[in-house]
Design a binder for this molecule. Structure first.
Ligand code: ATP
Ligand code: MG
Length: 563
């Protein structure tokens, strides 16, 4: 069973796993994990890691754990834990009974630290953080040994136990690995393993005033869970020697292998949790699930599907070098998914009243409309047609430019699923000159679908019946940041200056066809000629329908591929 699907191109991680399996490593098991730190909501970059880790497990008939890396109590919150679980599940992955926390291992991590002390591989250091920095050296100069480096084992053990007992103040002492202050790799210059920190932990409360560092807790957690391949992002490449050092010097049965891949960067957005938190806390967006955010919860609320996100993660693949993926590829994946699935309906975003002078007042006709021509199985629906309609303001021009095939004085257009109409007269507001209504006539011999009614005209418009349509608010979205790579801002610069002031446009007075009046939160539609829209799961109600624009119809990614 342990052979990957041959039709899928093999990435470098699969090559490594295949090699390990061939050599009979890990009893031919594949066991991965997704290890989020619960200090923010997951974003589309995490989705790449989730798809990769759970995907590898599925492909090799293995397992993937969900493990919260909760070693930093001051930044972590229960809210994030719950949100992360919901997001992973929504993406379509199942950790079964393998939900873990690094904090599950605090006792064992402490015991292992004592083991390192007893074997002369760790010591308690009293240098101040400032002094530690000075002693550490630089990339070009070796570091200097700490004056506490050669403390006897018994003294280290005594001090470490007293650190645990709460005898010393925060930051006054640390436990360090004794490796090599002259190593060209700064991570090996006696890195800190434990620090004193009085902070309430979301799971262990005030039980500990001593917390392990990530670089120490991570390899131990991996080994305790019998992880075989510990997949992480490239910035940990320089930490791998430390990862291996920890494993090599502890009495652990399992030897996971760390493999690094390039993190996902997406154009026109930021992905660092610190920056995303700034946007939320500074009120630049309405929350972690604001539909403009690159978070999983934001994309979900916007109307993206898990299928589209998984397809995107598959298409971008995994590589060893950092790059920026164009956000239009993600949008393309959403369109591809919704094209066959979303019912096609009519919604008028900026309504202009049309009165059909030759249509009997009070008469209502039920027209038959196809739900999705790409997918005939989706059937048809009845659409009311009457004397007063709305069309899009943009679909009328008093002075039409060349190649404008929509409505203009004296011109004819077809109304989708209905009749051909002709514009006879333009009514304007006498004060502002604004066009307020069009007086038109319809040609009763041109009903769509009637064998004799199929006269051709150049333009076809969407519309709704004024008396029947449901009012709705529609929210249009554009890129959150103007620049293609807002992360390029110089360090320290205020990245919020690059926010796109037009990322949200609210259209309060739209009209949608009557069938949408009871649309369930989260349901998705194609609004003909405009794009894909979803019912906002938070703000929409039967009393006030709210739609989010998921993506416009125009596919800039597909267009760029054709060039
Ligand atoms: P951030 O830099 O956004 O704060 P992080 O790396 O600190 O993210 P973690 O919660 O530690 O966030 O990430 C959990 C896992 O997701 C890690 O294995 C990390 O390597 C991976 N990951 C984070 N960001 C990305 C990304 N942009 N692309 C791919 N994987 C990512
Ligand atoms: Mg991290």
């Amino acid at each position: 069973m342990n052979t990957p699907n041959p039709t899928v191109s093999v990435n470098f991680i699969q090559n490594i796993i295949n090699e390990d399996l061939k050599n009979g490593k890990n009893d031919s098991r594949v066991h991965t994990r997704f290890p989020p730190e619960p200090n923010g909501y997951l974003h589309i970059g995490h989705a790449k890691s989730i798809c990769l880790n759970f995907g590898l497990a599925a492909e090799y008939n293995g397992k993937c754990n969900l493990r919260f890396d909760d070693t930093n109590p001051s930044k972590e919150e229960v809210e994030y834990v719950e949100a992360i679980k919901e997001d992973v599940r929504w993406l379509g992955f199942d950790w079964e009974d393998r939900l873990f926390y690094a904090s599950d291992y605090f006792d064992q991590l402490y015991e292992f630290a004592e083991h390192l002390i007893k074997t002369g591989l760790a010591y308690v250091c009293d240098l101040s953080p400032q002094e530690m920095r000075t002693y550490r050296g630089t990339l070009t100069e070796p570091g200097k040994d700490s004056p506490y480096r050669n403390r006897p084992v018994a003294e280290n053990l005594d001090l470490f136990r007293r650190m645990r007992a709460g005898e010393f103040s925060d930051g006054s002492r640390v436990l360090r690995a004794k490796i090599d202050m002259a190593s060209p790799n700064l991570n090996l210059r006696d890195p800190v393993l434990y620090r004193i920190l009085r902070a309430t932990h979301h799971r262990t409360g005030d039980q500990w005033c001593l917390y392990p560092m990530y670089d120490y807790a991570h390899p131990v957690s991996d080994a305790l869970e019998n992880i075989t391949h510990s997949v992480c992002t490239l910035e940990f490449e320089d930490h791998r020697p430390l990862y291996d050092w920890v494993l090599a010097n502890l009495p652990l049965m399992s030897r996971p292998r760390q493999i690094e891949f390039a993190r996902l960067n997406l154009s026109h957005t930021v992905m660092s949790k610190r920056k995303l938190r700034t946007l939320v806390e500074g009120g630049y967006v309405q929350g972690w699930d604001d539909p403009r955010m690159p978070t999983i919860s934001g994309l979900r609320r916007r109307g993206y599907t898990p299928e589209a996100i998984r397809d995107f993660c598959e298409r971008i693949g995994v590589a060893k070098n950092n790059s920026i993926v164009d956000i239009s590829l993600l949008e393309h994946c959403v369109r591809e998914d919704l094209n066959r699935r979303a019912p096609r309906v009519m919604a008028v975003l900026r309504p202009l009243r049309v009165v059909l002078e030759n249509y009997p007042a009070g008469q209502v006709e039920e027209l038959v409309a196809e739900n999705n021509p790409e997918n005939p199985g989706m059937g048809t629906r009845a659409l009311p047609f009457s004397r007063e309609l709305y069309i899009e303001q943009d679909d009328f021009r008093e002075d039409p430019p060349k190649k404008y095939f929509r409505l203009a004085p004296g011109r004819e257009v077809r109304l989708k699923h209905a009749y051909i109409i002709r514009c006879e007269q333009v009514i304007k507001d006498p004060e502002t000159g604004e066009v307020t209504e069009l007086r038109c006539t319809y040609d009763p011999a041109t009903r769509s679908g009637d064998p004799a009614g199929d006269r051709k005209v150049k333009g076809t418009l969407h519309w709704v019946s004024a008396a029947h349509a449901a009012p709705a608010q529609v929210r249009l979205y554009a890129h959150l940041f103007r620049a293609e790579n807002p992360a390029d801002e110089p360090e320290g610069a205020d990245f919020t200056a690059g926010l796109n002031p037009e990322s949200l446009v609210v259209l309060p007075a739209c009209r949608v066809e009557p069938g949408l009046a009871g649309a369930a939160p989260g349901s998705r539609y194609q609004f003909l000629r405009q794009g894909y829209f979803g019912v906002d799961p938070v703000d929409s109600s039967p009393a006030e329908l709210v739609f989010n624009q998921i993506v416009p119809l125009r596919d800039s990614w597909a267009k760029a591929q054709k060039k």
